[in-house]
Structure formats: C-alpha cells, structure tokens
Write a protein that binds this ligand. Structure first.
Ligand code: SAM
Length: 434
C-alpha cells in the first residue's frame, strides 16, 4: 500500500502544477482512499514536503536527467521529485525509499519509467555531494523559493529576507485557541496533560497554546463541545487590537472560514457581529464553526467591495478587514503557495484590497476603529496599502500599535514567520475622526 501512497503523491502534485489546484483541495480525495491512516499520513508528508522543497528538488532533478521529461509525463517527474525528497530530507531507510518509489510507476501505469526512476534516484545517492555544491550557486534552489518572491522579499526586508525564507521552509507549529468563555488556558493545559498531550502557552495572547505533537482535532479534549479551536497565534492578536467593548456593532468584512469571527465573539460575547464573505461556500464554514462553539453572528454572503448589495445602513464601531492576500506569511503552512502564486498576483491583490478598504470605510462610525490585516509579507499589500489610503482619506488616522511583538513598519506592524511561533502577519489600526 505504501507504493500507492507514492503514486497518489505524484498524482496530487501533478494536479497542483498542471491545474493550479491547492493541496487543501487536491489532497483530501486521495487521502480518503486509504483505509490505513499511516498511508494517508505518508501521502501528506510526501506532498507537503515535496512542495516545500520543490525549487531545490527540481534543480537537482534537472541535473540528474539527461533530457527533460515530456509534458505528458509530468506524473513521472512528480514521482521523481517525491523520491528525491525522501532521500534528501526524510530519515527513512534509503533502500526503502528507492525501491518503493520505483515500484510506484506500476500504479501510475507507466512501467516504461521503471529503469529511469531507478537510475535517477541511485545516481542522486552516489553523487549527492557534488550536486549539492552545484545547486548552492543557484538562489532559487538554495532557498527553495521562486525567484520573483526572493526578489520582493529582498527588497521589502533587506535585513530579514534570509530568515523569512528559512522560516517558510520550516514545519509549522500546531497552534490552538482556548475558548475562554468555557475554560481558562491553565485549565485546558491541565486537561491536555491528563490526556498525555503536552502544550505550552503562546506568547502575547491570553488564550493561545502550542501543542508539542500534532494530533487530529477530534482527539483534542473538548473539541466537539467548543473548548478549543485551531488558530495561529498571530491571528489571535486581532482580538486585543480591536479593543472590543460590550454591545458594539462589529463588521467582519472578509470572514470565512470564521477563525477571527469566533475569536471576536469568544473575547466579547455581547458584540453584535456581521460576518460577510463573498464566497457562500466558505461562508457556510463560518456557520459550522460558530455552531460548534455555541456562538452567533449574522452571516451575509456578499461583496465587501460593494456594500450597497447587503448593508442595512447602520454604522459599525469596529471593522475587521482580513483581506484576501498573497498569503506569503503562511508559506510554512501552505507550501503550495510557492507554486501557485505569480508575481502579477501581488498587484492584482493589492488593488482588490484597496477597493475593499475604500468601500467599507464609510461603514465605520466616527470614532470607530478599523483593523486591517493580512497574512502577507509584502509591503505593497501592507504598509504601502495603508500609506496610500491615509494619503487619500483625511478622516482617517493611524493608531500606532505599541507592542513587544513584531516589527514596526512605515505604517502598521509586521510579524515575521516563525517569530514567537507565529505566522507572518501584518496589522494596522485606522481610526475615524469624530
Ligand atoms: C484571509 S481570508 C479571511 C480569513 C478569516 N478572516 C478568518 O480568520 O478565518 C479572506 C477571505 O476574504 C474573502 N473575500 C475575498 N474577496 C472578498 C470580497 N470582495 N468581499 C468579501 N469577502 C471577500 C475570501 O472568500 C476569503 O474567505
């Protein structure tokens, strides 16, 4: 069955590269085919690991192949990449990695590739030191990122770009949010110990914890009754930054799947929250998440860039604007971003963000506060975006974020991926003049 996991990995990766499907979309149907959880876990490890190291593995493969494979044999290329990943980065016995990967050609119906896969993997084993020296000269292979993203990060983070690239290639922590309406963080940490699970409090939040070894969410005590949710520590900072007060009208303008909607309501249960998302399918996830937690918000499927379609005319005291972005701060969680995003997406997303920000600003009450955030590392979506907005809106004032986490930017504050176990995240607080 392990052979099938490798062939399935090749198929999933083919879909990501050829059709631009995300791993979150392409992987589950294949995982569900495995009765044995170990095969599903191996498949997950292979696709996430190979994607994480794609630009390094691809450079190695180019050196190892005498001539490039035909485009119709992308599945074999992907199988070879997963084989190289196992030899390069995993601690499994090398003999097993080679033999099982070679056998997987049968499950792909490409018996002709048996000799090729065997030859490529064995020549990597023989020649790996020389190959590593050759690719060390190539920044794309060395940092395992696309060239356009390396360039943008060098430009926006001249001191930290290497740390950012390296953090993007690390495995993410398993971060959780304790529902303080139901249980304290200390009580929940005690509950985990009783279940032989160890976790540490996350810095800078009153409710975040980090589990030492990942488990399925269903295995977490109290998950089904709403004691605990999966959420990165950086995202959890939104609650404090919003400075919520009882009974406020709050707009969560890009809400799905509802992580921050739930955080707002767990922090201030009397808040009157309207959760908007343009994607009705994703919005239904907000409903499911809130139902599990016993929380309530008004759910609206609509375009935040065009409030006329859904707004009742009542002003909001708080607006959370967690805009769609390049997600370049969460690459360690979603390594397929390196393959799916293009340089031109940055400006397209920046102009969508600007349109949404301009459209929701009139919905904010005088004296109210809008929290703009992204999981991007790029200035065009963050500090640059807020700078242009402030130039054009005389009734907006930036409320500086005085914090011990992250880095102050021209406008707003940025957390780099991996800092204090958090994802790369950007926040800016905008206040409306009275
Ligand atoms: C970064 S995600 C939000 C994550 C969410 N705040 C959370 O914490 O779970 C961005 C969301 O914006 C939504 N979106 C994109 N364009 C939008 C628009 N014009 N109006 C409303 N929602 C939009 C996307 O469907 C996506 O669900």
């Amino acid at each position: 069955m392990k052979t099938d996991a490798r062939a399935a990995a090749a198929r999933v990766l083919t879909q990501v590269i050829e059709s631009g499907r995300s791993l979150a979309d392409a992987l589950p149907p294949y995982q569900n085919r495995f009765a044995d959880a170990r095969d599903a876990a191996l498949l997950q490890e292979l696709v996430y690991g190979t994607t994480r190291w794609y630009f390094r593995l691809d450079a190695l493969l180019e050196l190892l192949l005498k001539k490039p494979l035909k485009s119709r044999d992308l599945d074999i290329k992907c199988l070879l990449l997963t084989g190289l990943y196992q030899l390069d980065k995993l601690s499994m016995p090398q003999r097993v990695a080679v033999n099982e990967t070679v056998q997987a050609v049968r499950a792909l119906d490409k018996e002709w590739a048996h000799g090729l896969v065997n030859a490529v993997l064995r020549s990597f084993q023989r020649d790996r030191e020389r190959l590593n020296r050759v690719i060390a000269e190539n920044p794309v292979a060395l940092h395992a990122h696309p060239d356009w993203l390396i360039e943008l990060l060098q430009n926006d983070w001249p001191i930290y770009w290497r740390e950012i690239l390296s953090a993007n290639n690390a495995r993410p922590p398993f971060s959780l949010r304790v529902n303080r309406q139901r249980v304290t963080r200390d009580e929940y940490l005690g509950l985990l110990e009783e279940h032989a699970m160890h976790a540490e409090p996350l810095a800078w939040t009153g409710q975040g914890i980090c589990l030492t070894s990942p488990v399925s969410v269903e295995a977490l005590p109290g998950f089904s009754c709403g004691d605990i949710s999966v959420q990165d520590g950086a995202a959890q900072l939104a609650a404090e930054l919003l400075q919520l007060a009882p009974g406020q009208r709050v707009l969560d303008a890009c809400a799905a799947p509802g992580g921050k909607t739930a955080l707002i309501l767990e922090t201030e249960p009397s808040a009157c929250v309207t959760a908007v998302d343009i994607d009705a399918g994703r919005l239904s996830k907000v409903g499911e998440n809130l139902a599990r937690l016993g929380l309530h918000a008004e759910l609206v499927a609509g375009d935040a860039g065009n409030p006329a379609g859904w707004w009742d005319g009542g002003l909001f005291e708080r607006i959370l604007l967690d805009v769609p972005c390049t997600a370049t701060g969460v690459i360690r969680r979603h390594p397929d971003i390196k393959l799916l995003r293009r340089r031109e997406d940055v400006m397209k997303l920046a102009s969508r963000q600007s349109a949404i920000l301009q459209a929701v600003w009139p919905l904010l009450a005088p004296g109210g506060m809008l929290l703009y955030c992204t999981c991007s590392m790029l200035a065009a979506e963050n500090s640059g975006q807020i700078g242009s907005f402030l130039e054009q809106h005389g009734d907006a004032m930036e409320a500086p974020i005085d914090a011990n986490w992250g880095h102050r930017c021209g406008h707003g504050r940025q957390i780099l991926p991996g800092e204090d176990e958090m994802d790369g995240f950007y926040f800016a607080c905008l206040q409306k003049n009275i």
